[in-house]
Design a protein around this ligand. Structure first.
Ligand code: PMP
Length: 387
């Protein structure tokens, strides 16, 4: 196996080419790391092969979207059949209704759906819907959480600090359309919001006629009925993406009919018009339906148990090595979190050289990086340093 980094590797050469056409050689920051990213050529099941022919176990699975692994035969067959019939068309198709019905059946808080093309768009639609519904401009969000690439006017709430969050909500009440949160925060190593915090945000929104948006773009995979079932929270709006497209780009917003009526209320002039050349694209609808049907309650339980086994295994290794880090996560979502030490590339790099592909450390642009690392570090210290 060629050792990473290797300036003579094909991946290193591809990165040199990429620098001529992309700023810093990147068109997707999350998959770019120093000194050069590995370029993928093919995948099968849990394995992915890079441009130098090295195969690794893929623990990223395209940030959750490939929940059944790469090139699952049933999804490939359904896609091939659909591609032969229709790839995109300026008409609705039955497949739109099929996938929407599946989502409505699985998520009790979702009565109506609007499809889009990414989690970012789903969050954007949620924010637009909340603004239109309440006629207020801002949406509060929880510090440390990622909700995609769309920038919206917000109020930042401290994570899991009920008292301070409520103070900030009260102080900004007049401007707020609602609150968005992700119950399992990926960027904080799949840290959970506490039940008390979730309850407080739900009560406050209800008492003040604001909307509660649950971002389930990532967390939907945790339970057959989504994270909102696991954390017993009733969402007004739910942002969806990733797994519901079976690996093909997708996003969706779901919610109660009465709120989703901002997109259509029987009148000629609803508050919002939802457009998009690729909305409800037949390839995404088809792959999504096959994929979600395979993701049964038993399958979710199976992969959650695998995740728990992984946490225990890593925890033992870290303990035996007396390493300043923790294995943590929820079900099938697992992270290694440093304690009292800065994040470094070392674990990521060593794992690459041992046949394992995992998410690189949390990086944004270089100015923000140090601040984000400090915040994340403080958070982990707060959570784990005591035990
Ligand atoms: N919300 C959450 C919680 C996410 O994890 C992500 C993607 N990692 C997004 C939104 C954005 O989704 P996308 O990358 O499909 O735009």
């Amino acid at each position: 196996m060629s050792k990473y980094p290797d300036p003579s590797s094909r991946s290193a050469q591809l990165f040199e080419r990429a620098k001529h056409v992309f700023p810093d050689g990147s068109t997707r920051r999350t998959v770019t790391f120093d000194p050069y990213p590995l370029y993928a050529v093919s995948g099968r099941g849990c394995m992915v092969m890079d441009a130098d022919g090295v195969e690794r176990i893929d623990f990223i699975n395209n940030y959750s979207s490939m929940i059944h692994g790469h090139s699952h035969p049933k999804i490939v067959a359904a896609l091939a059949q659909q591609a032969g019939k229709l790839m995109a068309v300026g008409m609705p198709t039955e497949s739109d209704i099929d996938l929407a019905e599946l989502l409505v059946a699985r998520l009790p808080t979702v009565e109506h759906v609007q499809f889009c093309n990414s989690g970012t768009e789903a969050v954007m639609l949620a924010v637009k819907a909340a603004r239109a519904y309440t006629d207020r401009p801002r949406v509060a969000r929880v510090e440390g959480a990622y909700h995609g690439a769309y920038d919206f006017e917000n109020v930042m709430l401290p994570c899991n600090d009920v008292e301070r969050a409520l103070q900030l909500l009260e102080a900004n009440k007049a401007e707020l359309a609602g609150i968005i949160f992700d119950p399992i925060i990926g960027r904080l190593g799949f840290a959970e919001l506490t039940p008390a915090y979730i309850r407080a945000l739900r009560s406050w929104t209800r008492d003040n006629n604001k909307l509660l948006i649950v971002d389930e773009v990532f967390s939907l995979r945790i339970d057959y009925h989504g994270a909102q079932a696991r954390y017993k929270v009733e969402a007004d709006l739910t942002a969806l993406g990733k797994i519901i497209g079976g690996g093909i780009p997708i996003g969706a917003l779901g919610g109660r009919k009465e709120i989703m009526a901002v997109f259509g209320d029987g009148s000629a002039h609803p508050k919002l018009h939802h457009h998009g050349t690729y909305n409800a694209n037949p390839l995404a609808m088809t792959a999504g339906k096959v994929s979600m049907e395979m993701l049964t309650a038993d399958e979710i339980a199976r992969i959650n148990a695998l995740g728990e086994r992984l946490v225990q295994g890593i925890a033992k290794i870290l303990k035996d090595a007396d390493a300043p880090a923790k294995a943590q996560g929820v079900g099938s979502m697992v992270a290694i979190a440093p304690i009292n030490t800065p994040f470094t590339d070392r674990v990521h790099r060593e794992m690459l050289n041992r046949g394992v592909l995992m998410m690189a450390r949390i990086t944004t642009d270089s100015q923000k990086r140090e601040q984000r690392l400090k915040e994340a570090r403080d958070f982990f210290i707060q959570c784990f340093a005591r035990d």
